[in-house]
Design a protein around this ligand. Structure first.
Ligand code: ADP
Length: 541
């Protein structure tokens, strides 16, 4: 560090340093020396007849779920899965998918969710990067897994979950060593250089987050909670949505994507399903609320709505409490690399000051606001948000370079890892954190995290494309869409670009609008002028 200020606190008074390092940290709460695996087993034995999973008309009790989990875990061990081996779960969101995820944990493996509708190229890249040798499949994903397998250099053992479950029996869970420091799961997030990054998190951080969610959403043991499992399986928030209720004897209610798209059906699901806890991204909260304002109705047992992934606006909070003063909102803030959310703001009403914070650090989490030399900035000054503590994941799987950039030694707590979020924020007088946006070109579209650079890099690999730039259009999160501009050979059409991108990227990363231009506009210093592109895009909308 040329300034000699690396991790320094010298600009601050000792009192302010103390406050930032301790006063604003989350409470220290001892974690049990156990993992989700045996805590789930214990719960399942304690309430075998309670409903664990609901999906449409399907109901599984804890006994029925546990039985399936153990069968899958045994099959994985027989297939050679050992501690920290990565197991891909290429399945749709069904009760079997939840059993498969729990089966991977129970076998001591690392859960890697893969969406069956992903392009095969992306699946291959994820399996390769994570050195994954075993995949669990369902009938809808077997062809994809076979195609991926054919393109992999190393062999991939494919296990059909339906076939594993058909074997019957009620085995005890396999005896495998489980420790809190063990790797638990990987979620791939978009990477600006063109290839996704696999964020690897550990059991301790996973459990710590579950306890925080349980506390702040008020899930009690045997309290009959019904929690929606609504998020896509490639989104880390999908994990607590099933794991938290299963830790407490509550019930997971899987809500299909089809139901979500039909907001009236989603409301019906909440009311009829006696849902007590749900979670949505802000753009969906807006759609839901608009519907409810037009068709007001009580929401039954609903008690807590977590909102996450993007900034929650004051206007939405006002509208929510005007309609549902008794249903709390939890603004949950974090990144996949930090075991989902290290911060919560629990709202029981409209905040006095006209804006919404991302709240306070959760248990066993330290939140810092830093300058570019990783020194603490004075309270109230904007800086980069960083986290340390049990929530910080181990890094990006088999990617030392990108791990080193984002996961650095915590300068204030030697021996611990710190994660640099790339988000800007500042501490507020009420000891809460304000989120101020991104340092780079990462964007959120309906909650999905997207690196603009990844789309541009893919577009540049298309034959005949010379230049490429992608911008976002739309002021609010629900209006926001991706717009691509390209120049190149006459043969390349906008439709062709969309088709091509659809074969290499997930649907939510394919730009809604594609425009051909003769040349991309440049700034004075020769960079692509994104501001100039954003303007006409907004005007032609
Ligand atoms: P998560 O799954 O927790 O949403 P992602 O890894 O998909 O995490 O995305 C993390 C990024 O999303 C954060 O770095 C931040 O930019 C944004 N983000 C997440 N939650 C919030 C929030 N409550 N308010 C504002 N931005 C958020």
């Amino acid at each position: 560090d040329p300034h000699g200020r690396h991790g320094s606190t010298s600009l601050l008074s000792s009192q302010e340093t103390e406050k930032q390092l301790s006063g604003l940290a989350g409470p220290t709460v001892e974690l049990p020396d156990r993992t989700f695996v045996d805590l789930f087993q214990e719960r399942a034995r304690g309430c075998p007849d309670a409903i664990a999973v609901e999906h449409g008309t399907v109901r599984w009790t804890y006994r029925e779920l546990e039985r399936r989990v153990n069968r899958i875990a045994h099959a994985l061990v027989e297939a050679g899965v050992e501690t920290e081996d990565v197991v891909a779960v290429v399945m749709d969101r069904t009760p079997e998918w939840i059993a498969a995820a729990l089966g991977v944990f129970t076998a001591g493996g690392v859960y890697l969710p893969v969406r069956p509708d992903f392009p095969v190229e992306r699946v291959v890249a994820q399996l390769e990067r994570s050195a994954c040798a075993v995949a669990l499949t369902d009938p809808g994903s077997e062809a994809l897994a076979r195609a991926a397998s054919a393109r992999l250099a190393a062999p991939l053992t494919r296990l059909s979950v339906a076939r594993v479950l058909a074997r019957g029996g009620h085995p005890e869970p396999p005896r495998v060593p489980m420790t809190p420091g063990q790797a638990a799961y990987i979620y791939f997030t978009s990477g600006s250089t063109g290839s996704p990054k696999g964020a690897l998190c550990e059991h301790a951080g996973f459990l710590n987050h579950l306890y925080a969610k349980i506390e702040d959403t008020g899930i009690t043991a045997g309290g009959g909670d019904v929690v929606t499992q609504i998020a896509s399986q490639c989104f880390d928030i999908s994990l607590w949505q099933f794991a938290a209720p299963l830790l407490m004897g509550g019930s997971v209610r899987i809500v299909d994507t089809r139901t979500q798209l039909d907001v009236a059906a989603f409301v019906e699901e909440i009311v009829e399903g006696r849902v007590s806890v749900t979670q949505v991204v802000p753009s969906y909260l807006e759609v839901l609320l608009t519907h409810l304002e037009q068709h007001p109705r009580p929401l039954g047992a609903l008690r807590s709505v977590s909102v996450t992934g993007e900034a929650l606006t004051y206007e939405l909070v006002q509208r929510w409490f005007a309609a549902y003063p008794d249903v709390q909102l939890v603004n949950a803030y974090g990144a996949t690399e930090t075991s989902d959310d290290p911060m919560h703001e629990v709202l029981h009403g409209v905040p006095e000051r006209e804006f919404v914070s991302v709240g306070r650090a959760l248990r066993n989490v330290n939140t810092y606001v830093l300058d570019e030399n990783l020194a603490l900035v004075p309270l109230g000054t904007p800086g980069e948000i960083a986290f340390s503590g049990v929530c910080v994941g181990r890094g990006y799987i088999n990617d030392e370079e990108r791990t080193r950039e984002a996961f650095v030694p915590d300068p204030f707590r030697p021996g611990t890892r710190m994660y640099r979020t790339g988000d800007f924020g500042r501490w507020l007088p009420e000891d809460r954190l304000e989120f101020l946006g991104r340092r780079d070109a990462q964007v959120k579209i309906r909650g999905f995290r997207i690196e603009i650079g990844e789309i541009e890099n893919k577009l540049l690999t298309m034959d005949g494309v010379r230049e490429a730039a992608v911008v976002t259009e739309g002021d609010t999160s629900e209006q926001r869409v991706l717009v691509a501009f390209f120049s190149g050979s006459e043969e390349v059409t906008a439709e062709g670009v969309r088709d091509f991108l659809g074969t290499v990227l997930p649907d939510y990363m394919v730009p809604t609008h594609v425009h051909r231009v003769d040349r991309l506009p440049l700034t004075e210093n020769g960079k692509i002028d994104k501001k100039a592109l954003a303007r006409p895009a907004a005007e032609t909308a």
